[in-house]
Design a protein around this ligand. Structure first.
Ligand SMILES: [Zn+2]
Length: 128
């Protein structure tokens, strides 16, 4: 486990996340992730620290309104958010992690378009 840093495009939102150097990430085909090209690194809340940007984060929600899609109101980039599958944790956008600490990305496909089938228990486990 190492500390990765990252943030939004304009630099107002900055975070740290504790995760392996070889990142297990998922690419989701749901309505919002497919449009954004979001790559999910899902971690428990205690492995994520928001360093700056509380004041510029805006929340978008839809459908069940469980997921809190947090994006920078200045540059528009969603660098992390609270996912419906893990409402007590965070999904970090692996594309927003700074260069230099990611050894490789282990990408799996996630069928978020069929969310209820993907998560029959109504939520997901933490695997990293
Ligand atoms: Zn920004």
């Amino acid at each position: 486990m190492i500390t990765h840093t990252g943030g939004c495009h304009c630099g107002r939102v900055r975070f740290e996340v504790t995760a392996p150097a070889a990142l297990p990430v998922s690419e989701c085909n749901c309505s919002i992730c497919s449009k954004a090209g979001y790559l999910h690194l899902i971690v428990p809340a205690d492995r994520f620290r928001l360093l700056s940007g509380h004041d510029v984060l805006t929340t978008y929600s839809f459908n069940t309104h469980t997921a809190k899609h947090l994006f920078c109101s200045v540059c528009g980039v969603k660098s992390f958010y609270v996912p419906r599958s893990h409402p007590d944790g965070y999904s970090i956008n692996a594309r927003c992690i700074d260069p230099g600490t990611i050894a490789q990305m282990l990408i799996t496909q996630s069928d978020g378009r069929e969310w209820e089938k993907l998560y029959p228990q109504g939520r997901g486990d933490y695997t990293t």
